[in-house]
Design a protein. Structure first.
Lengths: 303, 390
């Protein structure tokens, strides 16, 4: 046996670990959800039929399989409520991610250009909010934005408004909450790519006659695209499924898909429709993930 | 096409007429330039003229301020004091992208997302050059640095030597009035570095361009440059040709920095017409040729390069004319290093001092080689001595 084979064996086992993890904690639960999404709601325990019972024998299992249907998915497509929820989720995620990129990029750029000894401090400042519970921070925003909240008090004191402004239960409040909560996820990957970029590259561009805005758009920005991609995905994907922030800060007239899902599950006790909603959401999110994966692979190839 | 010497034209400002250079004005004049970082004076009052078509080297140990000076020429740092005149125009405050000067960076700083072709064309596009003019210029540059066939490659698909060539082509493409090179060969291995030095010289001569190279490698500076400015602690210590720098350094520090040297500290005992007699502690009385610049102090160092120190068994054979002036130091060989082209001997003098002698191996079979513990006479003429004031 050659040395290569001896070393190859444990390495091969180690390579299996992530697949085991994926199967155990993603594929198997996904199978459960997929099965439930093809079931029918029932007043029972569990609240759907059919139920696979291996003990009941092969014939019963075959019958149970035959009872599965894609009716729930038909419902999702035909009922405006779901389509609008999906659309709203995508729009909210798109708008929030754009705002996050517009705010996060300059912050990350500024951080990366700070003197080396100040960079860890800036990094701390970005991370510090995580030390407080996410829910408490959102409730703090409710406090600030409510009718007699801090914001309105200041605006009134400064005579900028004569009447308290309605902030809470608006889309603005929701966007504020989302941008506030996700900003670190946008800043950190951007900062990581910008900080490791060789400063001589920007100098070389300037040396070759590029004005400051050309330096940015022709060199800095293209080279930071991996960070942009990572930041956008880290924000976009969870925002599409966001439930707490719209529930607490936005109005109740239109729902995001996370809220719809929650309602189906906990209010209507309709597990099958809720599962179908989750499956469609997953499919919608896999598309940008695959796109990002392809982008990264292309970058690895050129390396 | 290739044999035709390319004209120098400022690609950055094609429409603007160049300011008329004054007759007595060199291409580049650096006047009392200083740069502070905090309380540290990185460059401390440097004045220097560089003529058009010169290959000039800034040489010094790391941290001596040579790179800071170069970065001020490129525009990445602004001088706190002094002026930088290019063709008579003060460019000290001009932004980097508006200077008719280009730089080749130490680690090349090639744009990793652009192909070789686009890297070279980058500066041409910024200068607003017409598309139909860019292609031939890029092709010319690619041919100049022998990169044919690699135009579509990305920098990380190139070897170190090829990257170095792309960086050179990119910085030459705009035909700058001055090309700045920041340790351009530091990343190459010794063999490649030596051949590239020769190519750089060839290129500079062919283009007739002004090159300013920063290096810490004295051999490199001496190989490529016509003149060398030696810097130490932010100051320009000496500006001279390589030969002058080696044979007539202005200070003990420069003598030690450039090459090897034997140093004897002592007092001037008497001055003759063109001879100085110096009483040294370690080498006895040494007769030295008086240097061109007047020796104002009594405490001096006599410096002798190892290859000027000859060894013999009984001292030089007298031909009856100059025996009185030959310096003879007696001692014992304590170390012999055979280096191929030469052999370096270390001789422990009777005074206890160590003297180095480098003898060229001119014959294959050397009957005259000296061996360890052998008693020898190390000798040199007054003209071999450099008298240095501290």
């Amino acid at each position: 046996m050659s040395a290569r084979q001896i070393f190859a064996r444990p390495a091969r086992y180690a390579a299996i670990a992530p697949y085991v993890w994926m199967v155990l904690f993603f594929l198997v639960p996904f199978g459960f959800v997929l099965k439930i999404s093809l079931s029918e709601t029932a007043i029972a325990q569990p609240p759907y039929t059919p139920v696979f019972d291996v003990a009941a024998g092969a014939a019963a299992l075959r019958e149970a399989f035959a009872a599965l249907s894609i009716d729930n998915f038909r419902l999702l497509v035909s009922d405006n409520l779901y389509v609008l929820s999906y659309l709203r989720s995508l729009v909210v995620a798109l708008v929030s991610t754009s705002i996050l990129l517009l705010i996060g990029y300059p912050i990350a750029y500024g951080m990366a250009r700070l003197p080396k000894r100040w960079q860890p401090v800036a990094m701390m400042l970005v991370i510090v909010p995580f030390w407080t519970s996410f829910l408490i921070r959102i409730y703090a925003w409710i406090n600030i934005l409510q009718h007699d909240g801090l914001l309105n008090q200041i605006l009134l004191k400064l005579h900028l408004v004569s009447q308290p402004v309605v902030w809470l239960s608006t889309d603005s409040a929701m966007y504020l909450g989302i941008v506030y909560s996700y900003l670190p996820f946008m800043i950190l990957p951007l900062y990581a790519t910008l900080a490791k970029m060789e400063p001589a590259l920007e100098e070389a561009a300037a040396d070759l006659g590029a004005a400051p805005n050309e330096v940015f758009w022709l060199v800095t920005f293209p080279l930071s695209l991996p960070g942009v991609g990572a930041g956008v995905l880290l924000c976009f994907i969870p925002i599409v499924g966001e439930f707490v922030i719209p529930d607490l800060l936005a109005g109740s007239d239109s729902l995001m898909i996370g809220q719809t899902l929650w309602l189906e599950f906990f209010m209507n006790k309709d597990w099958p429709v809720a599962s179908a909603t989750a499956i469609v959401l997953l499919v919608l999110l896999i598309a940008p993930l695959l796109a990002y994966d392809r982008l990264q692979r292309r970058q690895l190839e050129t390396r | 096409m290739a044999e035709e010497a390319p004209r120098i034209e400022a690609a950055s400002e094609p429409a603007k007429p160049e300011p008329q250079p004054q007759a007595d004005m060199p291409l580049l004049r650096i006047e009392g330039v200083a740069k502070k970082f905090g309380g540290f004076r990185a460059v401390d009052g440097v004045s220097l003229d560089i003529a058009a078509g010169e290959f000039f080297a800034l040489l010094g140990p790391s941290g001596c301020g040579k790179t800071t000076l170069l970065r001020m020429l490129a525009g990445f740092e602004t001088p706190d004091e002094g002026r930088i005149l290019l063709n008579g125009r003060d460019i000290a405050q001009v932004l980097p992208h508006e200077r008719p000067v280009n730089m080749m960076f130490q680690n090349y700083a090639l744009f990793p997302h652009l192909s070789v072709r686009d890297n070279i064309a980058f500066g041409l596009k910024r200068a607003g050059m017409a598309r139909r003019d860019i292609e031939p210029r890029v092709a010319e540059m690619v041919a100049l640095v022998k990169l044919d066939g690699l135009e579509q490659r990305k920098p990380d698909q190139l070897s170190g030597g090829q990257r170095q060539r792309v960086a050179l082509a990119r910085s030459l493409a705009r035909r700058p009035q001055v090309l700045l090179l920041d340790e351009p060969l530091a990343a190459l291995d010794k063999k490649l570095r030596e051949s590239t030095q020769l190519e750089l010289m060839e290129l500079q001569r062919r283009l007739g361009m002004t090159f300013i190279i920063v290096t810490h490698d004295q051999e490199e500076a001496m190989t490529v440059a016509g003149r060398i400015g030696v810097m130490d602690a932010g100051r320009l210590e000496q500006v001279a040709t390589p030969r002058e720098l080696y044979e007539a350094p202005l200070s003990r520090w420069i003598a030690e920095f450039i090459g090897e040297v034997n140093l004897f500290d002592g007092q001037v005992e008497s001055r003759e017409l063109n001879r100085l007699v110096v009483a040294t502690r370690e080498g006895g009385t040494i007769v030295a040729a008086a240097p061109r610049h007047p020796v104002t102090r009594n405490t001096v160092s006599v410096a002798v390069r190892p290859e000027k120190v000859k060894l013999s068994r009984r001292g030089p054979v007298s031909d009856g004319t100059n025996t009185h002036a030959i310096n003879r130091l007696e001692g014992v060989v304590t170390d012999v290093s055979y280096l191929g082209g030469s052999t370096v001997y270390k001789v422990r003098l009777d005074s206890g001092a160590l003297v180095r002698s480098s003898m060229a191996n001119t014959a294959r079979i050397d009957i005259d080689a000296y061996s360890l513990s052998q008693r020898v006479v190390a000798w040199f003429t007054p003209d071999d001595c450099m008298v240095l004031q501290q």
